[in-house]
Ligand binder design. Sequence first.
Ligand code: PEP
Ligand code: MN
Length: 275
Amino acid sequence: MKKFDNLKLCLKNSKDHKTIIEVGNVKIGSGFTMIAGPCSVESEEQTYQTALPLKKAGIDILRGGVFKARTSPYDFQGLGVEGLKILKRVGEELDIPVVTEVLDTRDVEITSAHVDILQIGSRNMQNFALLKEVGLQDKPVLLKRGMSATLEEWLNCAEYILERGNPNVILCERGIRTFDTYTRNTIDMAVVPSIKILTHLPVFIDPSHGTGSPDLIEPMSLSAVGAGADGLMIEVHYKPEEALSDRDQAIDPLVYTGIINKVRKMSDFIKTELV
Ligand code: PEP
Ligand code: MN
């Protein structure tokens, strides 16, 4: 197995070395963290109506994209700064931390002022200017794996953020491109224990982009718990059929509640009975 000796900051320096990231009352890397919310913030009503049942279901962090990296320039591009304000208001109203993706170095400062965690999306994993910029912020960074990035390339991107002085990086596997197109992407579940063996950083699975299919979200969520992930990021919309982005993979809050309950049971079982 490769050792990635060129990495200095993200590798473990002892077996128990572990980064725990505190966001409000949430301790990422200690316990199992559930992030959920719509692919995009579309309006205050849609964000609130989605977030309220999620809060009741016991999520830890609310997600919602406001700067959207869409394949087509004709698709919904997100509400931008107006979306940031909505996300912040809903987060404050429900007393829940929020995460959103930042696409452009010019938006890092304003995004940082509105959210608790900055997300770097798959398409920007190797946007080094952006990595350096978020590395200067005092907010944790959720770094998604590029869709054709090797583990070594991905960890080097985490290293860019750490090297700039930001110690709080969360890795998120969201599926990679393989020869099989049945699922939207292919979740590399073995990357979870690999990251745990090599690094001290928390690792999440995103089964929504990872599979592109509502029916596959629960089984892959439970697999992520079994693989030792620190959390999940799942896309939920209060009216999935009306979602302006990633409609086909969106689940509703009721389906999500079933999933979170099973995930919590499984992670408690592992913690108390299997360790
Ligand atoms: C997202 O989480 O909204 C997103 C765009 O995901 P990814 O960067 O993994 O495609
Ligand atoms: Mn999405």
